[in-house]
Design a protein around this ligand. Structure first.
Ligand code: IPE
Ligand code: IPE
Ligand code: MG
Ligand code: MG
Ligand code: MG
Length: 293
């Protein structure tokens, strides 16, 4: 376990350094948008999605440096999704990663533009030429992240999430929504790790695809459980917001016990998928336990 913790610490500080380098500098003379972008991205977050890019690539023997750009890109998209998710027109949250939300620290217009600019920066990074990836690989990653972020992915899921508020729902509709709003970026993270490996086998693709599919759903259900059971200091966000917003979350609709059982089942399924992957010493399995407990 201590080696996994060391891995996490090293990777997270590597990710922080890269994000810091790729974000525009917040010079006193520069416009406030740059500062707000840095505020929304740096100094917080579990960095789950970049970690998935690295761990997937590393499980397949890809060099870490070849994974840097997609790892940053997906975290920028994620950070943008959080800034917009917190806006008054969406979840109306005041606290994120233990700090005031972007629109509270700045203002709504700045928060909207921060999200826009983070999204653009993500694709700008994937469009960079690098000797570590072929142009085809970069283009494939760009397409993968674009589809996962858009109306058939995260943004589409967010639209369904808003539509669902205050209405009765059922497990099937909730799962479909979660696979989009949260699962899409998690699957894209794993997919980009796979793309970095030129010749991943069908078995590797299937195993990692199953892993990401299960993790995406389990991660959102776990987040919903935390919203009910955890406290502000642990979460770094205000608990109870789902109920306040009348969100038909998985635990709200199915009950907290069933929700916890579902997370365990998916965690188990995700781990089982890894058995088909011959990647000794890789931490994808430990990452599951880390983010789902
Ligand atoms: C929060 O994501 C939003 C969900 C999709 C559940 P994370 O729990 O990964 O948020 P950070 O990046 O650690 O702040
Ligand atoms: C967020 O779901 C999913 C996104 C695509 C951002 P939530 O609304 O439950 O995320 P939190 O709880 O605010 O982090
Ligand atoms: Mg939301
Ligand atoms: Mg929210
Ligand atoms: Mg939540």
């Amino acid at each position: 376990v201590s080696t996994f913790n060391e891995y996490l610490k090293n990777r997270c500080s590597h990710i922080e350094t890269l994000l810091d380098r790729h974000l525009p500098p917040a010079l006193p003379t520069a416009n406030q948008l740059h500062e707000a972008m840095r505020y929304a991205v740096l100094g917080g977050g579990k960095r789950l999605r970049p970690l998935l890019v690295y761990l997937t690539g590393e499980a397949l023997g890809v060099r870490v440096e070849a994974l840097d750009l997609p790892a940053c890109a997906v975290e920028l998209i994620h950070a943008y999704s959080l800034v917009h998710d917190d806006l008054p027109a969406m979840d109306n949250d005041d606290l994120r990663r233990g700090k005031p939300t972007c629109h509270k620290a700045y203002d709504e217009a700045t928060a909207i533009l921060t999200g826009d600019a983070l999204q653009s920066l993500a694709f700008d990074l994937l469009a960079k030429t690098t000797p570590l990836l072929s142009a085809e690989q970069s283009l494939h990653m760009l397409k993968t992240l674009a589809v996962a972020s858009g109306s058939s992915g995260m943004a589409g899921g967010q639209a369904l999430d808003l539509l669902a508020a205050g209405r009765p729902s059922d497990a099937t509709s909730i799962e479909r929504l979660y696979h989009l709003k949260t699962g899409a970026l998690i699957r894209a993270s794993v997919d980009m790790g796979l793309i970095a490996k030129q010749d991943a086998t069908t078995n590797q693709k299937a195993a990692l695809g199953e892993y990401a599919h299960c993790l995406g759903l389990a991660f959102q259900i776990h987040d919903d459980i935390q919203d009910i059971e955890s406290d502000v200091a642990t979460l770094g966000k205000t608990p109870g917001n789902d109920q306040k917003n009348q969100k038909p979350t998985y635990p709200a609709v199915m009950g907290i016990t069933a929700a916890k059982a579902q997370v365990r089942l998916l965690q188990h399924q995700a781990k089982a998928a890894l058995f088909c992957l011959d990647a000794p010493g890789n931490y994808l399995g430990q990452l599951l336990d880390h983010v789902l407990t």
